[in-house]
Design a protein around this ligand. Structure first.
Ligand SMILES: *Cc1c(COP(=O)(O)O)cnc(C)c1O
Length: 378
């Protein structure tokens, strides 16, 4: 039987045609007509005015932090439970990550501990943190109303890491547009892909221009190379953008399919004692369900998430443990942490299920049948 993967690229149909077009036009360079078109299609989709296509989501977070004014020696608050790319750019800048726990409704940054962290850092260092990185984990929007209220109370800009949440909405607004800056990713396993790429959603035209400038080596407009600031080689290539244009055409279908897959999991697993499918906590939240995830109640289910993962892997099904929180990573062991054990508990009890839009209903049913078998065999 065909192996079932967690999340693989799902072509729309026009990728090859557009890449051929890019190659034939000899625009095999960063920038070019497909980059403009790709940016415009994201702007239309997100109903926003300024999107800059970049070489990675990580690059988008890096430039977002720079644009928000983060400097060497600053402190930046970041949700602990996330992929390391959310916080690595803080360290690239010589700034210091301060990690904050999740709340258990969305699994994203806890507004309560966010405020506690802000006030305690102010007390300890005399300064407020320079920025907040809030993540929409697995596609689930963070509690942005509460987070924004706290952030604006203390005048701290929010970078929304929406790398996993393209197509998700919060209070009817698109994820990626909910902070001052928003980072998107088009890596191979994301909801759509450019083989590798990202984008930064900017607040206005001026910021958009500055991000384009910084991402193309900060070259001033002179006949010779002239630099007044440090630049980066972070722009998306025209060939990647050609793939992105084809993927944008099918994005609404991809989002609809991921949501359908989540629904199948919810229905199939709802009567299994000890398994909870993570779902929208209220109508304010409409996740794209980039990955469908479950929590195992260990008082009922004796298999650990990793044992369940191995059980499924032996039967050709790829699952993945949840993101191991950053405050539990050796590389960040010196970073302050605010919270309790919510993210640790989620990490200990959760599992990501195969969620690629390419999967058929029968394949999802094979996964749920095997989960039932694994749990029944206790
Ligand atoms: C994928 C991802 C990123 C980084 O995106 P790349 O395009 O791989 O650099 C950042 N944050 C989160 C939460 C992600 O899942």
């Amino acid at each position: 039987m065909k192996p079932i993967k967690l999340s693989v690229p799902h072509l729309g149909g026009h990728e090859k045609m557009y890449v051929d077009e890019a190659v034939e036009s000899t625009w095999i360079v960063p920038l070019g007509p497909f980059v403009d078109r790709f940016e415009q299609s994201i702007e239309t989709y997100l109903n926003t005015s300024s999107v800059v296509a970049l070489s990675a989501g990580t690059a988008a977070i890096h430039l977002g932090l720079i644009m928000a004014g983060v400097k060497s020696g600053d402190e930046v608050i970041c949700q602990s439970m996330t992929f390391s790319a959310s916080c690595n750019p803080i360290v690239y800048l010589g700034a210091h990550p301060i990690f904050v726990d999740s709340e258990d409704e969305t699994w994203n940054i806890s507004p309560y501990y966010l405020e506690e962290a802000i006030l305690d850092r102010k007390k300890k260092t005399g300064r407020f943190p320079a920025a907040i990185v809030a993540v929409d984990l697995y596609g689930m929007p963070a509690k942005m109303q509460e987070i924004s209220a706290i952030a604006s109370k203390y005048g701290i800009p929010v970078i929304e890491d929406a790398a996993e949440a393209l197509g998700s909405t919060y209070q009817g607004k698109m994820c990626g547009t909910l902070g001052l800056y928003g980072a998107l990713s088009f890596n191979g396993n994301k909801i759509i892909t450019t083989s590798g790429g990202g984008a930064l959603v900017c607040p206005d035209e001026e910021a958009d221009k500055k991000v384009k400038f910084l991402s193309t080596q900060a070259r001033e407009n002179k006949p010779y190379y002239y630099h007044t600031t440090i630049g980066y080689n972070y722009r998306l290539s025209n060939v990647s953008a050609a793939i992105g244009c084809a993927q944008m055409e099918v994005l609404p279908e991809r989002v609809a399919r991921r949501r359908e897959i989540h629904k199948i999991y919810e229905t199939a697993l709802k009567d299994i004692d000890g398994i909870k499918v993570h779902t929208n906590p209220s109508p304010d939240f409409d996740s794209n369900f980039w990955l469908s995830t479950i929590l195992l109640d260990k008082s009922i289910i004796t298999r650990t998430p990793d044992e369940l993962r191995m059980f499924l892997l032996e039967r050709g099904i790829e699952t993945r443990l949840l993101w191991r929180p950053m405050h539990m990573q050796p590389v960040f062991s010196d970073a302050p942490y605010y919270g309790e054990e919510c993210s640790e508990r989620l990490f200990a009890n959760g599992l990501c299920l195969p969620s690629g839009s390419i999967l058929t209903d029968d394949e999802i049913r094979r996964v749920t049948d095997l989960i039932k078998e694994a749990v029944g065999n206790n």
